[in-house]
Structures are given as structure tokens and as C-alpha cells.
Design a protein. Structure first.
Length: 491
């Protein structure tokens, strides 16, 4: 018993000490404890890490411009670390890993994805071509393709004369003369001046340099704050930014056109009817429009190209993974800094797009374009587009009926003949006089031809005589002719 008592006393002492310790650790009685969320006073942006891998159509377009560098003689396109910027390289990596033995290069797919095929009705090569590729090589057409319609959009026409669609690289110039080598530079200098051109070029370069400086600064701060996750993320983005700069110095994807093109120089027409209303009409030589219709993207494998391509794809894919994995563990301030880089690059890309569009348009030289809007009837729109627009854009020779743009009716067949004859009477004139002189011999000839048109319809298709009278009035209105000799149709 003497041995048992000390042991019992020892056990009681241990129990008492444990009770005191428990009281010290849990001042609140266990019966009153309840679960609650942990309060975190720090700044955190964990969920926003997915912004780097979100789909962004502008990021796809920017990556395609990086690979094509279509206007490299004028400026270098800066691809930046924007929102969704890591998704294109990740998609190309996945496509390569899942592609069969014979595959289309992912860079071609990326550029093709950013190509809009305009459905057209045309007389190019006998109506063989039904689509025109609208992509990064002809963004100078954007203002024409997206012209603002009026309250009668079905009767709105925008017309542009396309005398060339693609510029040859300097290495492909035929004679190698200095004037040919600097054709685009001469055009853009004559349009906006050398100072504004250089300012635009350096602005694009500066946007890219600032983006790289922000990424490198983030890497330095990651070291100073001992934030390994932030350092890793910004280090990978630095590599990816460097790969983008290296690619921008070389054309990865070029435009391919077949060598055998019909050399015919007579004008052809391609009519694009927009879904949102309004019609865009492309006019140009047969050889030019056929070259445009048959152009495709081409990637010629080279050691340097392949190395740069895979460097860009791998670093971009690693950046996409790190954007999510590292953001969860980074300090709140570094998270905010990373999001700032993404936002800056996204906003800068919008500004770069506007600058690039201006420079490309000016490098194209003077563009012959015109538009007829606000027409109450389609026949009036056709008459104005044939007789009263920029001389180079006039639609003389366009067969509206054969293209399915007008019903196959006698009155419209006669109207086309009427407009062709009036165009021949007017000859090569710059603009319509206001008003058209009554003593001008052309005035009486046009009126006589219009009267013949109306009489033909009355004789062959009496039910359309009112329409014929209306068309004659529209011709008179377009040419500012006196309408005193027009008699109103009865009943």
C-alpha cells in the first residue's frame, strides 16, 4: 500500500497540471466554442490568377501579328504579356502534342483563325472565287469594311479600288533598286511625314520596352521580398517576353500566292453583303483580285524559326501554369503588381492597334474609295454608284443581274444598258457639275437616252412603266438635270 499511495498522488498531480494547461490554452469553455471563418487582414487576389489564361480574342490576334510581322518594313508589332496572352502558346503546344504525323503547323492555324473569309459574289475568273481573306495583311480596309450604315442599310454601298493587296518583302524586289526597296517608306513619309512616322514606330517600341521593364522589376522585387513564388512567375514571364522580342525581329509566317496568276488587267468586281446591312464593293484588276482570293499563310521550316517558335511556346505554356500556381502563394502586393502588368499590356495593345492601323493605311498610299448612303431605293444607290462617285470607283461594267444583286427583269436589264450609255456620253469627267448646264450637248443626249429607256419599257413591259419613270427621275436627280420635260405617269 505504501507503494500505491505515492503513485496515486503522482497521478493526481499530473492530472491537475494538465487541467491547468488546458485552461491556459482554452480560456473559453469548450461548451461555448463555435466554428468561425479565419479573419485575414492581408490583401489577396488569388482567384484573379486565371486572368492570364482566360480566352482573349485580342491576344490571339496580337500573337498572329507577332508571327506575321506583315508591316515589318514600316514598324515592328509588339506582342505583350496581356490578359489571356499565355493561352495561344498553350493551345499550340496542345495541338502539337495531339496532332497526327502529317500536321498543319500550329502557327498557320493561329493565323488562319484570325482570318475572316468574306463571302462575295464576283466576276473574278468567271465567278470562280466566292471568298476573300480579310486578315492582318489588309487591315487598311477595316474602315471601308466596317463603314457606318444609314437608316436604309440595304441601299448603302461602300466602294474601294484595290490596285494591290500584298507588298513584296525587300528580298523579293525584282530589280533591287533603292527606290523599290524603300517604296513603303516613301509612301508613308509623303502621307504623314517622316517625324510622325518615326514617332509612331518608337511609340510601339516603347510600349514593348515598358512591358519588359515591368516584368523585370517584378522579378527584382520578388528577390527583395524573399518571395520565391513571385520571383519564379516574373522570371518565366521575362523569358517569354524575351522570346516574343526575338520573334518580332523575324517573319515567322509569310503570305503565299500561287505563281500562275491570270495577268489580265481589266477591272473586276467582288461584292460583299454585310450581315449587319450595307454592301462593300471591291473593284480592281483581275490579277490583283485573283491574287487576293488565292493568298494563304505559309510557314517555311528553318532552324532559327523552329527554335524561336518552341522557345515561345514552352515559355508561354510555363507562364500560363505559373500564373495560377504561383498567384495562390505570392504576397498580396506582388499579386497586385502582376495584375497591373496584365492590365497595362492589355490597354497598351489597344493603343498599339490604333497606331499600327494608321501606319499601315498610310503605307498603302492614296486609297481610292467612296460611299453612297441614305438612298431611298436600291436603284438610286446603283445609279449614284455608277455615275456620281470617285471616277476610279464608278461601277461601270458591273452586271448586277448576273451576280444576283438585282431581279432578272427587263426594266433592270434596260437600266444597266442606260447607265452604260450615259457613262459613255459623260466620258472621263471628274465630278458632276452642279447644276448640269442645260446648253451642254451631253445634257440633251442623256435626256434623249432616258426617254428612249422609258419608251422601251412602255412598249415591252407596260406594267413596269412607273418603275421606269422613277429610274429616269433618279438619273436626273443624280446628274442635276432639269426635270421640266418629265411628264408624270397617269393613273
Amino acid at each position: 500500500m505504501s507503494l500505491f499511495k505515492p503513485s496515486f498522488f503522482t497521478l493526481n498531480l499530473i492530472f491537475l497540471l494538465n487541467y491547468v494547461q488546458a485552461k491556459a490554452d482554452f480560456p473559453t469553455p469548450l461548451s461555448e466554442a463555435h466554428p468561425e471563418l479565419k479573419a485575414d487582414n492581408g490583401v489577396t487576389f488569388d482567384p484573379l490568377g486565371v486572368a492570364a489564361v482566360l480566352y482573349n480574342e485580342r491576344a490571339d490576334r496580337s500573337a498572329a501579328r507577332l508571327y506575321t510581322q506583315y508591316d515589318r518594313e514600316i514598324f515592328i508589332w509588339p506582342h505583350m504579356t496581356m490578359i489571356g496572352g499565355t493561352l495561344p502558346p498553350m493551345q499550340m503546344l496542345v495541338e502539337r502534342l495531339t496532332a497526327p504525323f502529317k500536321w498543319i503547323h500550329p502557327a498557320i492555324k493561329m493565323c488562319a483563325k484570325d482570318t475572316t473569309m468574306l463571302s462575295i459574289r464576283s466576276n473574278i475568273s468567271g465567278n470562280v472565287f466566292r471568298q476573300l481573306p480579310y486578315n492582318l495583311s489588309n487591315t487598311w480596309l477595316s474602315d471601308i469594311v466596317s463603314f457606318e450604315p444609314s437608316k436604309h442599310p440595304g441601299n448603302d454601298f461602300a466602294i474601294v479600288y484595290v490596285d494591290r493587296v500584298h507588298r513584296k518583302p525587300k528580298d523579293d524586289k525584282a530589280d533591287g533598286s533603292e527606290s523599290d526597296d524603300h517604296e513603303e517608306e516613301i509612301l508613308i513619309q509623303s502621307e504623314i511625314g517622316n517625324l510622325r512616322w518615326q514617332a509612331g514606330r518608337w511609340t510601339l517600341n516603347l510600349l514593348c520596352i515598358i512591358n519588359g521593364a515591368m516584368v523585370l522589376t517584378g522579378m527584382v522585387f520578388g528577390i527583395l521580398l524573399a518571395d520565391l513564388w513571385a520571383f519564379t512567375l516574373f522570371l518565366l514571364y521575362s523569358f517569354h517576353w524575351g522570346a516574343s522580342v526575338a520573334i518580332s525581329l523575324k517573319k515567322m509566317v509569310t503570305i503565299h500566292t500561287p505563281s500562275k496568276i491570270d495577268p489580265e488587267a481589266s477591272d473586276r468586281f467582288a461584292v460583299y453583303e454585310r450581315e449587319e446591312g450595307g454592301t462593300v464593293i471591291f473593284k480592281g484588276p483581275q490579277r490583283t483580285l485573283e491574287t487576293w482570293a488565292r493568298s494563304t499563310w505559309e510557314y517555311k521550316p528553318e532552324w532559327t524559326k523552329d527554335s524561336l517558335h518552341w522557345l515561345w511556346v514552352i515559355t508561354g505554356s510555363l507562364c500560363g501554369v505559373a500564373s495560377v500556381a504561383c498567384m495562390v502563394n505570392m504576397h498580396g502586393k506582388m499579386q497586385l503588381g502582376f495584375l497591373g502588368v496584365l492590365v497595362y499590356a492589355s490597354v497598351a495593345e489597344i493603343g498599339a492597334t490604333r497606331i499600327a492601323r494608321i501606319l499601315q493605311t498610310k503605307a498603302q498610299g492614296p486609297i481610292s474609295k467612296d460611299a453612297v448612303r441614305g438612298n431611298a431605293t436600291r436603284s438610286l444607290a446603283i445609279i449614284r454608284a455608277t455615275l456620281a462617285v470617285n471616277p476610279r470607283c464608278r461601277l461601270t461594267g458591273l452586271d448586277w443581274i448576273s451576280m444576283g444583286l438585282l431581279p432578272d427583269m427587263l426594266v433592270f436589264e434596260e437600266m444597266q444598258l442606260l447607265l452604260a450609255d450615259i457613262s459613255q456620253i459623260l466620258g472621263d469627267y471628274k465630278e458632276i457639275p452642279r447644276p448640269f448646264p442645260a446648253e451642254d450637248s451631253r445634257s440633251s443626249a442623256i435626256k434623249a437616252r432616258c426617254t428612249m429607256f422609258v419608251n422601251n419599257i412602255k412598249a415591252k413591259d407596260p406594267g413596269r412603266k412607273d418603275l421606269a419613270q422613277r429610274i429616269r427621275k433618279e438619273v436626273y436627280t443624280t446628274l442635276n438635270l432639269s426635270q421640266e420635260d418629265i411628264s408624270e405617269p397617269k393613273g
